[in-house]
Design a protein around this ligand. Structure first.
Ligand SMILES: C[S@@+](CC[C@H](N)C(=O)[O-])C[C@H]1O[C@@H](n2cnc3c(N)ncnc32)[C@H](O)[C@@H]1O
Length: 370
């Protein structure tokens, strides 16, 4: 029985946040690959997969992920025409009526952005993955897997996706369901060890923990990193998980996430309960300009790691910052600057680079006697 309500009642604000993340990351992703700085090595083709595409718009005509992707691609039309690169947007869904809606939305080929093809299929997720075996991992791609619930991004599927080269992943997962029903056969069938992973987890942190569960499934030796974005609906926390094998992909995702959650970069609510007073008006009146605890803790840890010699270059700081979920230029730079100002740190080679240009030739750090 299709879950028609989801579309008919109109997207709620959580769906809008999810689609906003997808839209912003896709914009960044195409910004890298279309007419990119790769010069001659720029890819001729780029794939975008939306394997749980839905009908394209909600009951009120608000764009769903297929239309969102189409509109982002359209912004690159001129650059695609100039570079000759081609984008293929793959849209599939298991439900006939939704696929018919997609076909009708995109029926006018003359309106498609230049050098873009749109493939629409009525297909189960697993079949759609198999149908693309010849391209997956060979052409730069973004996969959006906006499943209902929890049952499609299973450990074996996740491991297949992780193994793909130059393929970034965004998937939705109903983390509270995993937590609430971890002992249920229907959940254990898909996620065997999940109960142990989520044991004693605070409800607010469950999506973070689900991210850790997936991270533990990444095979040893594979450089692949995940970042969560938690969303709260009533008492239930679910969210999206982003995955990439490339540090630039993670940096770009963090830019997007920190724009939405300017305090912590990972949730649409006060996930660590560290703003004790919720009302921003009261905060203003009290003149309270505390940094949220999460940022403070990171900066303390970073400071200790630099002073102990564990992080000995701008490159090391850049990586540590990104894989801890923080923006190097915004959150790490002030720590490095302060250490230099206090005379505790000298940098070989002058200016450190923590932005996009980091870090072909790392600048070495020298910690001075304290
Ligand atoms: C959350 S909705 C996707 C919403 C869509 N991303 C949007 O923004 O409008 C999940 C979709 O997955 C589809 N679906 C459910 N099971 C599926 C399966 N096994 N394979 C492919 N699609 C499936 C449903 O028909 C539904 O349209």
């Amino acid at each position: 029985m299709p879950n028609n309500n989801f579309f008919e009642r109109g997207f709620d604000d959580k769906t809008s946040i999810k689609l906003g993340l997808y839209e912003s990351y896709l914009t960044e992703f195409l910004g890298v690959w279309v007419a990119s700085s790769f010069g001659e090595r720029a890819p001729k083709e780029i794939d975008i997969y939306d394997f749980f595409a839905g009908p394209g718009v909600d009951g009120e005509g608000v764009p769903g992920s297929p239309m969102v992707a189409y509109e982002v691609i359209a912004k690159y039309a001129d650059r695609l025409a100039a570079s000759g690169q081609r984008i293929r947007l793959w849209l599939s869904d298991i439900e006939k009526g939704r696929v018919a809606s997609l076909r009708s939305l995109f029926s006018n080929r003359s309106e498609w952005p230049s050098n873009t093809s749109i493939e629409i299929h009525e297909m189960d997720f697993r079949d759609a993955l198999n149908a693309n075996q010849a391209r997956l991992g060979k052409i730069p791609a973004l996969i959006f897997a906006d499943q209902f619930g929890v049952k499609y991004i299973t450990p074996d599927i996740f491991q297949k996706l992780v193994a793909l080269k130059a393929t970034d992943l965004i998937f939705f997962i109903s983390s509270w369901t995993l937590n609430r029903f971890s002992d249920h056969e229907n959940i254990k069938k898909y996620h065997q060890g999940i109960g142990d992973h989520l044991k004693d987890t605070k409800a607010e942190h469950v999506h973070r923990k689900v991210k850790d569960y997936y991270q533990s499934l990444v095979p040893n030796g594979r450089e692949y990193h995940l970042a969560p974005f938690s969303m709260k609906k009533g008492a239930n926390v679910h969210g999206i998980i982003f995955g990439t094998s490339h540090i630039a992909g993670m940096r770009k995702f963090l830019n997007v996430a920190w724009k939405i959650d300017t305090d912590r970069g990972e949730a649409d609510f006060d996930i660590d309960d560290d703003r004790l007073i919720d009302d921003s008006h009261q905060l203003d009146m009290l003149g309270d300009d505390r940094a949220p605890k999460k940022v403070e803790l990171f900066q303390e840890e970073l400071r200790d790691a630099i002073l102990s010699g564990r992080l000995g270059s701008d490159k090391a700081v850049h990586e540590f910052s990104i894989y801890s979920g923080f923006r190097p230029t915004e959150h790490a730079r002030p720590v490095v600057d302060q250490l230099r100002k206090d005379g505790l740190l000298v940098v070989n080679g002058g200016r450190i680079r923590l932005g996009d240009a980091c870090c072909k030739s790392p600048r070495r750090f020298i910690v001075t006697e304290q």
